[in-house]
Design a protein around this ligand. Structure first.
Ligand code: ZN
Ligand code: ZN
Length: 369
């Protein structure tokens, strides 16, 4: 079949929206008609090369849609089912999948990027095979993914909301609930109020943190963060954020600091604003060659910890549905995350707005056919 898709052909160049051929689903694969795809900073990082992704590739990894067709051997979904897409496709067999840490699946992380987990590349044109962002390629009307990448949702689930669970929500909320396991009453700082950071804020609210201090340089983002549970705002453009956070906490610092930018300076700041016993959690992806420098003595003095979080330590088929239930109960805010929607043809405008920090989350919504 044919599908229109947003394709990155060159680094730091506009995406090209054009028609590609899409192979039918092979054994263990699923054809999905996308309803919506969030526009994420990681897409931008893959386009620029900060996140390694071979060109050309179909962009997008935060999607939800409806199953159209399944390949032989697929048992967990059938045509007509609504699904969210996990941007990590777990193999289900490796050491980390076996111990319940599918976000660290060795097959996903160690095999060459670009195709599905079985190596196939279903998108093609004129004899040329196209890669897919994180084995999903959701900025396309249709995509073919491995069965393990789909998470079925209840009938009637609004897919333009469920799409957000594919990356930003699961990454941010999961960093708080799964990775850090923030206890009620804790004090939390969040560095970066973008699509992921704002979900760290609401994760901290769900964990009943007593203080949620959000740090950013854009006043509108700080203001938006209040709606998601921020109790205090620190404008980093007005002075050293570490000093400002210390002043807000009687000089003690915070129990948890989450870095949701991927910048060495803000990672260092996150560590330096910890109180005794505190944990800094790095979520943002810094460029491969970037290094950080923090005072070594602060690790034993005060038993401070510096850890990483990938995809919110998600067990995708458990946690993404758990978060969806919290949305249905009114506890997790998804509607409020979507600040603007775009058509696929407006995808470059969506990335311009992302670069400029104009959205909480921009979402490409596909036309019903
Ligand atoms: Zn695995
Ligand atoms: Zn993402």
């Amino acid at each position: 079949m044919r599908t229109r898709a947003a394709i990155a052909y060159r680094r730091n160049a506009p995406l090209v929206v054009e028609e590609l051929e899409l192979d039918p689903p092979q054994t263990g694969q699923v054809l999905v008609k996308l309803a919506a795809s969030g526009v994420c900073h990681s897409d931008l990082s893959a386009i620029t090369g900060t996140i390694p992704m071979p060109l050309p590739f179909v962009v997008g990894h935060e999607g939800a849609g409806t199953v159209v067709e399944v390949g032989p051997g697929v048992r967990s979904v059938r045509p007509g089912d609504r699904v969210m897409l996990s941007f990590i496709t777990p193999c289900g067999r490796c050491r980390f999948c076996t111990v319940g840490r599918p976000n660290l699946c060795l097959s996903f992380w160690l095999q060459p990027r670009g195709g599905l987990i079985d190596g196939t590349k279903p998108f093609h044109k004129d004899g040329r095979r196209y890669n897919m962002m994180t084995r999903t390629g959701t900025l396309s009307e249709y995509t073919v993914v491995s069965e393990q990448a789909v998470v079925p949702v209840p009938p009637g689930t609004p897919l333009d909301r469920a799409a957000l669970l594919g990356c930003a929500v699961t990454t941010g909320v999961g960093a708080v609930l799964n990775t850090a396991k923030v206890e009620p009453g804790s004090t939390v700082a969040v560095l970066g109020a973008g699509g992921v950071g704002i979900n760290v804020v609401q994760g901290a609210r769900l964990a009943h943190a007593s203080r949620v201090i959000v740090v950013d340089r854009i006043a509108e983002k700080l203001e938006a963060a209040r709606r998601f549970g921020a109790t205090d705002c620190v404008d980093a453009s007005l002075g050293d954020p570490v000093q400002q956070v210390l002043e807000l906490t009687e000089g003690e610092g915070v129990d948890y600091a989450f870095e949701a930018i991927g910048n060495p300076t803000t990672i260092e700041q996150a560590f330096r604003m910890l109180r005794f016993g505190g944990t800094a959690v790095v979520i943002g992806i810094a460029p491969g060659e970037a290094t950080i420098s923090v005072p070594a003595s602060l690790f034993p003095y005060g038993e401070r910890r510096l850890i990483g979080s990938m995809y919110g330590s998600a067990r995708m088929r458990v946690d993404m549905l758990r978060y969806l239930q919290l949305y249905f109960q009114g506890q997790l805010l998804l509607d409020e995350l979507v600040s603007r929607t775009y058509t696929l043809d407006q995808v470059n405008e969506a990335f311009d707005d992302l670069r400029a920090g104009r959205n909480i989350r921009g979402v490409v919504v596909f036309e019903e056919t």
